[in-house]
Design a protein around this ligand. Structure first.
Ligand SMILES: Nc1ncnc2c1ncn2[C@@H]1O[C@H](COP(=O)(O)OP(=O)(O)OP(=O)(O)O)[C@@H](O)[C@H]1O
Ligand SMILES: [Mg+2]
Length: 1002
């Protein structure tokens, strides 16, 4: 049902309990028809499987199909005989309860095919060992053997089973089939001697004649022509298009050898039956019969291993006991023919039973779990119904009783187990009919036996009268005599009618006594009578035997958990695709399917275990989707409330939900279908997303791989670098070599980078980072290069470097010159470094006397500084101004240009190395105007002398002297200035006539 909305299964419901109008036979048959048209031959009524014979091979029995049904919940897949087989198997394994599958239906409905399918399912899906394989083979091979001996072509079925069969399949604790046991019921022995027109004898006769090897046939005295045998010509139908006797013979021979039949005993008997059939009689004048076919007797004697004379006597005489003496009384021709036929039937019947026993011996196994398979004739109603139909319909009556009892019982048990109040179901209890047939002393079988055994002239008619006397008043019994006028018209005078659960059937009593007595024993009637009198032996009649075997069967079935397969044949023509409604309605009725459905639907149409229900429908409620964490019953309760189930529509049991009406379930199914669609949509989106995600993951993985490889390379290189670095560190004091070059380069590089980051703000800033040893040498170069870079900058167009002013550059250039001249040579040089050089040290140009200005005219003055001039003779100090012009330096005394010294005549300049401001301008004396060197002192000595050096281009002419400076006072005369360090600056004429300068050490 769960897949009811899949395309194929839209055709009809796959469980009749879901029919809205469950009491309508029309709706029932319409559902069958719809499904049949779609080749859906299986439909459930709850757990009962209804199967319609397709009369064609359907592709639904493959190994894959078997796998699909293996271990799957009964309702999760579409109905199938494999589902029934699997369900029974699993119940047997898990609940440790023996199972039985009851297959019923009329002749040709597909019972035997269904039972074979079940057997095949177990043979293929169950576990197997080597031993098990042998048993499996024997189980499977028992079928063709039994079919050869027990099946025949009838008008209704080319392979009709002419016996009832119950087969136990035994399984060991591992679930492997390890044995089997077959019980056969009521073989139609009459077929051995007579067949209706268009029908045949049992298959084995034709198989032997058609397929038997020449040697074999010769030995058996048989001809390769069925027409030669009286027992095979009655139906005038030796050949059937759907049957290949020759092939079947091979199959049967092989099967016989697999089961373990090695001698030809069996075939001797089969051949004997054919020879018996050809035994002919002649009549003597006295009326006694004699045998005219000696050859047959010869063969029979050999094949049966009996004395020919005794055989002949047995076929022409009967034994009677007269006055306590056993006598042989001759039979007339008709009686002899009957005796011959009776013997033939008996031989065949016993051979069949012997065969079944042999098969059982080959399958024997004890101590096992069991699944029983009952393939037994269904209800039979013909134009003329005899003893056989009576037995068969009685059997079906019993099975129906069992079915009702077990179904109701299991329903009731389920309600009880689930804690749901049992709602009584009205049903027809057919016990009343069973009693009518089988009750001791009062039942039809007892009456029949009594008639068979009582002394005097009993006949079929006396039996009928006895019935009228005894059960005439029974509600389910009627005879011509007892019937009303209307019924009499449709009943013969020799008939009695039973109103079965499935319908009315008229039985003709003709032959009842003979058949019940089993003709063979007729001549033992006297023995029987005596035995009956003594009451110590009970002679069983055929009907009683059958009744007893049925009772045993019922016992067997009652002890097991049943599953039901109800087979229906769709038409009488054995044609595919033909759905004969009248015929089917008849079977639906006789199978009791409507009653079955009514019982099943009495309470609730649908029931499922909580987990199954929740699993299927959870997507319909946000609280249960995608998963429900709580108790299952709460989940189901939440779900059905969300779906709007009304309280009267369902009940919650202990493990299952019970839904009363199919429409409730259908609404839920429809909702699921819609939901599936939307889930399907989101599924496609999900698929797309999943694809994208996978792609992304792939790309990420690749990229991560690349990164990881890079990282690994980086680490490898880093490790190498560290190794080289450590080696370099060890070798750092060595001259540059391959071991340390990396280290040295690195140190250099990092120093320069550090230097680059913390470059002094000005050139005057001496706070340079400490260079590594390797760079001490270059420190100076570096410093210079920085300076020269700056100088170069200064030479560039200012507009390119707007951040530096022109004066700024000039000052830096002069500072560079000063550095070159005085750095590390004159003590007070460092103090001059941070002070910027300026253009004049006079407060203003106005400090220059206007007269001087006037005298200078347009001459450009480059520098001016106040100086102290010391007389060359007395070293008297006088305030003067030193002006540096383009071509000369001028010493100014207030308003007077006192002395002009052309730069060309400036020979040199001397200063001390100490930190005093004294300096001497050495002037060439060729010129008379010059009076000798000029001794001056300035607070800005570094600046002033740098300017002089630059203006006069005398950078290399500055002498820095230690201790003293010599200078010329006048032509030929020399003066000396002595320099010493002291605590206080003191400039005075010393006693030795030198000028003594004490400079302060700063
Ligand atoms: N499931 C099936 N698929 C195909 N054909 C089937 C199927 N069931 C039955 N048949 C056909 O119908 C025929 C009769 O089936 P089967 O012999 O099983 O009937 P039955 O109910 O055993 O009859 P009977 O009571 O006479 O033994 C088979 O020989 C086969 O041709
Ligand atoms: Mg059959």
């Amino acid at each position: 049902m769960e897949s009811a909305l899949t395309a194929r299964d839209r055709v009809g419901v796959q469980d009749f309990v879901l029919l809205e109008n469950h009491t309508s036979e029309v709706a029932f048959i319409e559902n069958l028809r719809k499904r049949f048209k779609e080749n859906l031959i299986y439909t459930y009524i709850g757990s009962v499987l209804v199967s319609v014979n397709p009369y064609k091979e359907l592709e639904i029995y493959s190994k894959q199909h078997m796998e699909r049904y293996r271990g799957v919940n009964f309702y999760e897949v579409s109905p199938h005989i494999y589902a029934v087989a699997d369900n029974a198997y699993r119940s047997m394994r898990t609940e440790r309860r023996d199972q039985c599958i009851l297959i019923s239906g009329e002749s040709g409905a597909g019972k035997t095919e269904a039972s074979k399918k079940v057997l095949q399912y177990y043979a293929i899906t169950c576990p197997a060992s080597e031993h098990v394989q042998t048993i499996k083979d024997r189980l499977l091979q028992s079928n063709p053997v039994l079919e050869a001996f027990g099946n025949a072509k009838t008008l209704r079925n080319d392979n009709s089973s002419r016996f009832g069969k119950y087969m136990d399949i035994q399984f060991d604790f591992k679930g492997a089939p390890v044995g089997g046991h077959i019980i056969n019921y009521l073989l139609e022995k009459s077929r051995v001697v007579h067949q209706s027109h268009g029908e045949r004898n049992f298959h084995i006769f034709y198989q032997l004649i058609e397929g038997g090897e020449d040697d074999l046939l010769r030995r058996l005295g048989l001809e390769k022509n069925a027409q030669q045998y009286q027992f095979l010509v009655k139906g005038n139908c030796p050949k059937v298009s759907s049957i290949n006797d020759r092939n079947d013979w091979k199959i049967v021979r092989k099967a016989l050898s697999i089961i373990g039949f090695t001698d030809d005993e069996l075939l001797n008997i089969i051949a004997s039956v054919l020879h018996l059939g050809n035994v002919q009689y002649g009549g003597e004048d006295s009326g006694s019969a004699y045998i005219t076919t000696e050859t047959q007797i010869k063969y029979l004697a050999r094949l049966l291993g009996v004395d020919g004379t005794i055989l002949k006597e047995a076929l022409t005489h009967k034994k009677i006991i007269a006055k306590g003496e056993e006598l042989m009384s001759p039979l007339n021709q008709e009686q002899a023919a009957s005796a011959r036929d009776a013997l033939s039937k008996a031989i065949y019947g016993r051979t069949f039973t012997w065969l079944v026993n042999k098969i059982n011996d080959s399958l024997a196994y004890k101590n096992a779990s069991v699944i029983g398979l009952l393939d037994i004739y269904g209800f039979e109603v013909f134009q003329n119904n005899s003893f056989e139909q009576f037995c068969i319909n009685y059997c079906n009556e019993k099975l129906q009783q069992l079915f009702i009892e077990l179904t109701l019982k299991s329903e009731q048990e389920e309600y009880e187990a689930e804690g749901i109040t049992w709602e009584p179901v009205q049903y027809f209890n057919n016990k009343i009919i069973c009693d009518l047939v089988e009750e001791k002393f009062k039942g039809i079988i007892s009456i029949l036996d009594e008639e068979c055994l009582r002394p005097g002239d009993a006949s079929d008619i006396t039996f009928l009268e006895k019935l009228e006397d005894t059960v005439g008043g029974h509600a389910h019994f009627l005879t011509h005599k007892l019937a009303d006028g209307k019924t009499r018209k449709v009943m013969g005078r020799e008939e009695f009618r039973l109103i079965h659960y499935a319908g009315e059937v008229n039985y003709n009593v003709n032959g009842f006594l003979d058949k019940n007595n089993d003709l063979l024993f007729r001549n033992l009637k006297e023995v029987r009578e005596q035995a009956q009198k003594k009451k110590d032996i009970y002679i069983y009649t055929a009907a009683t035997q059958f009744k007893n075997s049925l009772a045993k069967l019922m016992e067997i079935l009652m002890s097991k958990e049943p599953s039901y397969v109800r087979c229906i044949k769709p038409n009488d023509a054995k044609q595919a695709g033909r759905f004969d409604e009248v015929l089917i309605r008849h079977q639906v009725k006789y199978l009791g399917l409507m009653e079955n459905l009514r019982v099943r639907r009495a309470g609730f149409a649908y029931r499922r275990r909580y987990e199954t229900f929740l699993q299927r429908y959870k997507s319909l409620c946000p609280n249960t989707w995608p998963n429900w964490d709580g108790r299952l019953v709460d989940g189901v309760s939440t779900l059905v409330k969300h779906l709007g189930y009304k309280p009267e529509e369902y009940k919650l049991g202990r493990t299952k939900i019970f839904i009363r009406f199919p429409k409730t379930l259908f609404a839920t199914e429809d909702a699921l279908e819609v939901r599936k669609h939307s889930l399907g949509m989101s599924f496609s989106q999900k698929t797309k997303y999943r694809k994208m995600r996978q792609s992304a993951i792939k790309i990420q993985a690749w990229w991560r791989g690349i990164l990881a490889r890079r990282e690994a390379k980086r680490r490898r290189e880093a490790a190498n670098t560290i190794r080289r670095f450590i080696k370099g560190f060890i070798y750092r004091h060595q001259p540059r070599c391959p071991e340390n070059e990396y280290f040295l380069d690195y140190v250099r590089y990092s120093f320069l980078m550090k230097l680059h980051r913390s470059l002094p703000k000005t050139v005057l800033d001496k706070s340079w980072p400490t260079p590594p040893p390797a760079l001490i040498e270059v420190r100076h170069i570096c410093h210079e290069s920085v300076i020269s870079t700056i100088i170069n900058y200064s030479r560039c167009e200012l507009r390119d470097y707007p951040f530096l002013s022109f004066t700024g550059f000039r000052a830096l250039e002069q500072k560079m010159v000063a550095s070159e001249i005085f750095k590390d040579k004159k003590d007070n040089y460092p103090q001059s470094v941070p002070k910027l050089f300026v253009g004049t040290r006079l407060s203003e140009f106005s400090d220059i006397n206007p007269k001087v200005q006037q005298a200078l005219g347009n001459e450009k003055m480059k520098y001016a500084v106040p100086v102290t001039k010391y007389d060359r003779k007395g070293y008297k100090a006088r305030n003067r101004q030193l002006l540096l012009m383009a071509n000369s330096a001028i010493i100014v005394e207030e308003a007077k240009l006192k002395q002009r010294i052309d730069y060309s005549s400036l020979k040199g300049i001397s200063v001390s190395s100490l930190s005093d401001g004294m300096f001497v301008l050495h002037v060439a004396c060729e010129d008379n105007k010059q009076k000798g060197d000029v001794v001056l002192q300035s607070e800005h000595v570094i600046e002033a002398l740098t300017k002089v050096a630059i203006c006069a281009d005398k950078m290399n002419s500055i002498n820095i002297n230690q201790g003293s400076i010599k200078f010329s006072v006048a032509q030929g005369k020399e003066g000396i200035i002595d320099f010493t360090s002291g605590s206080e600056l003191l400039i005075a004429k010393a006693k030795n006539g030198h000028l003594s300068v004490v400079s302060t050490a700063e």
